[in-house]
Structures are given as C-alpha cells and as structure tokens.
Design a binder for this molecule. Structure first.
Ligand SMILES: [Zn+2]
Length: 482
C-alpha cells in the first residue's frame, strides 16, 4: 500500500544562533520544500527550531519527583505529537542530525514512525535520514551516537554559507587574501593594485609572463605568500575575476562583487583574451604530453619524454630508476595515441556515456557524499573500538555505508574532468588541437588510456610500428612510478 502524505510537516533547524543563520534556515526550508514537491507530498506546516536551547540540557522534575537532565525541544515535541496524533502524516527534515542529536529524541521519533501502519514516511534532503526498515533505523542510531558527526554538519553548513556569500557578491573568507586586497578581501592595497595594473599593461604590450615574473622578482616585489614570482602566479593574479570586481564561485563568475575593481572590466577581459590567445600560439607539438601515459613493457615504469641523441623520444630513463631498455620516438607515438583518443572520443558510445556524466553538480555532490561516507566509516570504526556501538550495529552500519562508498566512488571516478567536458561540448578535433599538453594528458588519463610500449623489433626495419603500443586494461597492476 502506497501512502503519499497529504499533511506533511517540514522540520528545519540550525545548530548555531549566530547572526545570518536565519537565512540558513530559509535555505533549508527551500530545499525541504523542493524535496516535498519531487516526492509529491503536500506540506501542511513548516516548523522552525532555531534556538540554541534545542541543544541545551535542562534539569527537569519528573512526575515521580526525581529530577533528570533532558534536552528541551518544544518544537520537536510538537512535531512528534502531531505525527502521533495523525495531524501530520509524514516528516521531511534537512538532515538526520538536525532532527535527532540526542538518542532519546531519535528513539521517540522511531516509536512514532513505527506506530503508524504502514510506517510514517520520513525523508531528508541529505538522504541520511531514513527510518523505513530495521537497517535504516540501526544506521540512524549509529549516526546519532557518533560524537563528532557534527564536524561534517559544520562542513556542509560552511559550503552552503559559501554559496550564499557568492550569490551576494561577498568575499568567501577562508583566511587567505587575494593579491591586491586586504585580509578581508574588501579593500584595495594601493601598492599591490599598482602591480596588478602594471602586469595587465605589460601583458597587453605583449611582454611574456616569464619576463614579467623575472622583473618583479629582480625588483623584490613581495608576493602574498613570500614565494618567488613565476609565470603562473603573474597570470593568476591578473586573470582572477576578483581584480575586475567580479565574484566567482567554483570557477564561474556569478556577478558583481561588493569590493572595488582594480582593473576595469574591459581591460581585464582584454588581458584574459590576450593570455588565452597566447596559449594557442605556442607550438604544442614540441611538448611531451604522453609522459605518465606510456609504460615500459620490461620494467613497468612510466616513460618520460625528453630530447635524446636521435631526436625527441620517450625513454625508460635510467636516471629516474628505469631499465633504459625501451625507447620510442615521440612524434609518431603521439600521432598514433592522438588518433586513438580522437577515434574513441568520436565514437557514439563514449560520447553518450561522457555527455550523460557531464554535470558538475552531480560530481560535486558525489564527491562530497563520498568524503562524508568515508569519514563516517572512520568514525564508526572508532566508535566500535570505544565500545560505543555493538559489533552487530557496527557491521550493519558499515555494510550500508560501504555500499554507498562503492557507488559514489565509481561515480566520481567515472566522471569526466572539466577539460574533457569542455572538449566534448564543441568540435572535438578543433578542441583537441587547442589543448595544452597538460590538458591533453588529462583527457587521455581520464579516458583510462595508458599504453605499454613493447620492444622494437629490428627485423621490421626502422619504421614506427603501432603494434608496439598495447593498451593497459583497467584493473591491471598499476605501473611503478619512475
Ligand atoms: Zn624499463
């Protein structure tokens, strides 16, 4: 029998009573409501628990005259009563630890849920709260007991906070400052802003990043970290959306920032465009992007590319601990792998598979949930060691978490990196030729491509023999690093 709640209750709460958290509660409600909508539930009421007293234990007097310490949560009790009386017929919460941090709370909720027939449905946005069967309940008990579960809760809240700050154009915080701005990333540091403008000007005058870095280093211009200037730091400083007064979140510009710009928007865009153009003008064929991709068939080490006596080659280099016995000319092997990669990328099956996977959101979620699950496994082992859970509970919870970890790990690793997604979004051949050597390598590795290089058969003459490249199957012993 299927029961879709028509009088569901949403319970939102926040752990701290700091300023701005009311906004956080708002986001929780929003998430809970969209979950209800997805599930087809009708929401009767939203109950907000946003006072810190929810966590405080108070001494109360029981009817028999004894006094005990209890967490006092009137709003939570109100929800339980409503569920027990039938006023509400389903519960949606943001997360398990927002519902029950105390074992007693959880047991009361379990009682109410089980008293319904069928069980009252309970759902949570984070997916951690499920009380549908006995293993869900065992899992919920273990998670509630977990003393330091709050740490991952804090992490999630911080991530949410970051999104809110980004949306408002405010700095993300995090304790480090961007070049050109003060520690709060709000005010301009004039002497650094001068350097940013100087760098921008010199780039637009076609000076190389290396030359600019060397000059700043020679003038002993300080960096934020004290590390020496290099082409990467020079580039990074002028291309950050921050210097144009733009707020970025996860690599994308999300809007105007609350801080003042150092470069005007047009100049910043010119600088970025100029630098992007420069990358394309570099002769990429001279750079060895198969380093880390080719493996020596004799000793199993990776073969770095370098200039040899007879031209550029990949060699199982003895100075790096290799056997020295296998070498292959760079140009033909690169052309051959490129051909195989492009063929693979153009195949309808691979494309379909990778395109399907091309959502950052899903990947980030999977990554986050993987990290949380792995952390929980660790905590769980610790709890068992401290005898806070029984062996049976430990085993049950562990098998549940492990199954999830397996799923999300497979998910995360199968996800294409950004560069691959970008490549697939446009003309693949054109895109490929515009990639930097490092990006090419990332694409090859993301596709799972590594090749064993077989010895050169002299009887076949000096010609390049593609048969020397044998794909290494997934799941094979990984190569020793050179
Ligand atoms: Zn070797």
């Amino acid at each position: 029998m299927n029961m879709t709640p028509s009088r569901a209750v949403i319970l939102v709460r926040i752990s701290d009573d700091k300023a701005g958290d009311a906004q956080g509660v708002g986001r929780q409600e929003e998430d809970c409501r969209s979950l209800a909508q997805r599930l087809g539930w009708t929401v009767a009421q939203v109950v907000t628990e946003n006072d810190t007293s929810a966590y405080k234990r108070k001494r109360i007097k029981l009817p028999d005259g004894t006094s005990v310490l209890r967490t006092v949560r009137p709003r939570f009790r109100y929800v339980l009563d409503g569920l027990a009386s039938g006023e509400f017929d389903g519960l949606i919460a943001y997360d398990l630890d927002r519902v029950a941090r105390d074992m007693r709370d959880l047991e009361d909720l379990v009682d109410v849920v089980q008293s319904g027939y069928p069980h009252l449905p309970v759902e949570s946005v984070s997916g951690s709260l499920r009380l549908a069967n006995s293993s869900d309940i065992a899992m919920a008990r273990v998670m509630t007991v977990m003393a330091n579960k709050s740490s991952s809760d804090t992490g999630r809240r911080v991530a949410r906070k970051h999104e809110e700050l980004a949306a408002a154009g405010k700095p993300g915080g995090g304790g480090f400052r961007g070049y050109g701005y003060d520690v709060r990333n709000l005010e301009i540091v004039p002497e650094e802003a001068e350097i940013v403008r100087e760098i921008a000007g010199r780039i637009l005058d076609d000076e190389s990043l290396n030359a600019i870095a060397a000059d700043l280093q020679a003038r002993e211009v300080p960096t934020v970290t004290g590390a020496p200037w290099n082409s990467r730091s020079v580039k990074s400083i002028v291309t950050k959306p921050r210097v144009a007064g733009l707020r970025a979140h996860r690599g994308d510009v999300v809007g105007d920032a609350v801080w003042p710009p150092i470069l005007d928007r047009g100049q910043w865009e010119d600088v970025c465009a100029r630098l992007a153009g420069r990358v394309r003008n570099v002769d990429l064929t001279l750079q060895r992007w198969l380093t880390g991709v080719l493996v020596c068939s004799k000793c199993g080490r990776t073969m770095p590319g370098a200039q040899g006596n007879n031209g550029v080659r990949y060699w199982c280099a003895t100075p790096r601990g290799g056997c020295g016995k296998i070498a292959i000319k760079a140009e033909p092997v690169e052309a051959e792998i490129e051909r195989r990669v492009l063929e693979g990328l153009s195949g309808p099956q691979v494309l379909e598979q990778l395109r399907h996977a091309a959502t950052t959101e899903a990947t980030d979620d999977a990554r986050r949930s993987l990290a949380e699950d792995e952390q929980q496994l660790k905590e769980l082992a610790g709890m068992w060691a401290r005898k806070q859970v029984s062996l049976a509970e430990y085993r049950e919870a562990r098998s549940l978490i492990e199954a999830r970890v397996k799923d999300s790990r497979a998910f995360v690793t199968s996800r294409a990196p950004r560069v691959l997604r970008r490549l697939l979004a446009g003309d693949i051949h054109e895109g490929w030729h515009a990639l930097t050597p490092a990006d090419k390598r990332e694409v090859v590795i993301a596709l799972g491509g590594m090749w064993r290089v077989m010895p050169h058969d002299r009887s076949k003459g000096n010609k390049f023999n593609p048969a020397r490249l044998v794909p290494i199957e997934a799941g094979e012993q990984p190569p020793a690093s050179a």
